[in-house]
Structures are given as C-alpha cells and as structure tokens.
Design a protein around this ligand. Structure first.
Ligand SMILES: Nc1ncnc2c1ncn2[C@@H]1O[C@H](COP(=O)(O)OP(=O)(O)OP(=O)(O)O)[C@@H](O)[C@H]1O
Length: 305
C-alpha cells in the first residue's frame, strides 16, 4: 500500500501533512506518535474513511474503498458503535460472512482470546472485553491486511500480552499488519519497522535500532550545582541541551569529547554517560511536550564519575 504526498486538513489543522509511505506485503509496521500526531487520520485515509485533500492513497493497487469492499482489509478502530442485543458470536459471524474467505468464528474468537465471551451480549461488556471483540471482528474475514488503531489502549497487562501473541502469529502467516501506538516498547517489540509521525509528517522510518542510532549516540548528564548553562551547547559533540531542575542533560554524538570538555570546565558533579534509548530517539524526533509534562527517561548510568 502506498501514500503519495497525502494531505488531509480539518479546518486549519493539517492532520496529515504530505505523507509518503510504502508498506510491503508481510510487514508489521508500527505508526508511532504522540496524541494528535495524525495516526488515526492516516489510518482513516488508508481505509478510505476519508479522502486526502491532495495526494493519493492506494491499497493493494486500487482505491482504498475498493480494497476494503473486496474484503482485503480488517480494521480495529478506536471506537465503534455498539450493536445492541446481538451476542459476540453473532456479531463476529455477521462480519465474517461479508468477507469472501473468512476464518471460522471459533478461530477468530480463539485468536482474540474471547472464546468464553461467545454467548455474551456484545453491548454489555467491559472496555477491555469490547476491545478484544473488536479484534475478533477485525480478524474474522482473514484479511490480507490488518489495521489496528491503538489496539491495546484499554487492555490490562495479561490481555495485552495475549493480544500481541495473537497478532504476531497472524503476522507470521504472511499477513500485513499496521498498528498505531504511543507506546514505544510496543512498537520496538512487535513491529519490524517503526514509522514515527509528528504534526502529520513522517519524521523517521526504520527499525528500533535504526531510530536509536539516528537519534544520536549518548546522553551526558551532570549537576549544574548552581552553575549556568552558557556555552554548553557549543561543547564538542553536543546536539542538544535539556535542563531539569539542577540537572543538565546533553545529547551528544561524541561523549568522550563532551566529557573531556565538561571536565575542563569543572562540571563533573554527578556526571553520567548513558546510551540514547528509544525514548530519547522518540523525544528527539518529535516536538517537545510542555515543560511540566516532559517525559522522563530512565537512563542507566554506564559510567559514573
Ligand atoms: N474529524 C476531525 N475534525 C477536526 N479535527 C480533527 C478531526 N480528526 C482529527 N482532527 C485533528 O487532527 C489532528 C490529528 O488527529 P489524529 O486523531 O489523527 O491524531 P492521533 O495521532 O491519532 O492522536 P491520538 O493518539 O490522540 O489518537 C489533531 O489535531 C486532531 O485534533
């Protein structure tokens, strides 16, 4: 499937702002971004629920609506209207029979881990149970492409684990999976490829390892101990500076040179050097959050001076 210069605006908001993206058959791709980054809108373009203002979106070589109508796609979106009075089994069976080659209802229920809910009314379930029913509905048609919008949002730890196990076994059978998430670890653990979206634009595309590398080597942090931050960004290797309370964090692509320069300034109190994590990569790639909510990263100190 391919996005070519796709733009989607809502009034003055450019929710999708010129996206070029190609996903090959059999890939499992995570669309990673903060709240409001444009993930759901991107997925809605892919599913033909919205048309791009400009640019094109093709799914299996055709307009998205046609691929969906042909039963090539199963989707689990953030919200769906509850269908009153039907049981879970009836709901999944109903969806399955709209596809040309569905899987058995029992298999869909089993994969979604809700066999025991089969005879319960679909509109009288908890949030997490409802989410798993949506997963069964997405799987029911045995689609070539599974599109999952924040699939684990309401799931507890156990259900989350079961969900990923099912998803991966589905992906291993050659299916293509595209899921959106704001959980970095989920993207890193469960996707072959991570596409980072920010303000409607793709700002990175690669494996977790590639993103870590692209974000730049290491983090050097130390106590300012009342000293200022003047000149820190000019030190050798330094890519960026972040100050939290009395602690400065320098992102650097040459930690040795940065540490030597800091030592010559006498700025060594509580000095730590740690490799950039995927969190750091993500934070470096996307726009900063307001100071009060800046995400913190637990870095493990490799060297402490
Ligand atoms: N129907 C709509 N009408 C107006 N604005 C919209 C609409 N849908 C999305 N937006 C706006 O477009 C931007 C992208 O929204 P989108 O839902 O695609 O983000 P997201 O990455 O999925 O966010 P989240 O993680 O919070 O679900 C946001 O600023 C959002 O407010």
């Amino acid at each position: 499937m391919a996005f070519d210069g796709a733009v989607k605006t809502f009034g003055r908001v450019r929710a999708v702002d010129g996206v070029d993206l190609e996903i090959r058959r059999g890939e499992t791709v995570a669309l990673l971004g903060r709240n409001g980054a444009g993930k759901s809108t991107t997925l809605s373009l892919l599913l033909g629920l919205n048309d791009p203002d400009t640019g094109t979106v093709r799914l299996f070589g055709q307009a998205p609506g046609r691929a969906v109508a042909a039963g090539q796609v199963g989707a689990m979106l953030q919200e769906g209207r509850q269908v009153p009075r039907v049981t879970v089994r009836e709901l999944v069976a109903f969806v399955a029979q709209t596809y040309p080659a569905p899987m058995s209802v029992d298999r869909a229920l089993g994969l979604a881990g809700i066999a025991e809910l089969a005879d319960r009314r679909a509109d009288r379930l908890s949030g997490g149970q409802t989410q798993r029913v949506r997963f069964a509905v997405a799987l029911a048609g045995d689609p070539a492409l599974l599109v999952l919008d924040e699939p684990t949002a309401a799931l507890d730890v156990e259900a989350r684990h079961a969900f990923w196990t099912s998803m991966r076994s589905y992906a291993r059978r050659g299916h293509t999976v595209l899921f959106s998430t704001h959980y970095l670890e989920e993207a890193d653990l469960h996707a072959d490829r991570i596409v980072v979206i920010d303000h409607g634009r793709i700002v990175a595309d690669g494996t977790g390892e590639e993103l870590r590398r692209a974000a730049g080597g290491s983090l050097v942090s130390f106590d300012l101990a009342g000293g200022g931050t003047d000149g820190l960004t000019e030190l050798p290797g330094v890519l960026s500076l972040e100050v939290r309370g009395d602690r400065a964090r320098l992102r650097t692509d040459d930690s040795d040179a940065t540490v030597i320069a800091l030592a010559s300034l006498g700025a060594v109190r509580g000095l730590e050097v740690a490799p950039a994590s995927l969190d750091d990569a993500f934070l470096a790639l996307t726009s900063p959050l307001p100071a009060a909510t800046t995400a913190t990263t637990a870095t493990t100190a490799q060297e402490t001076f």
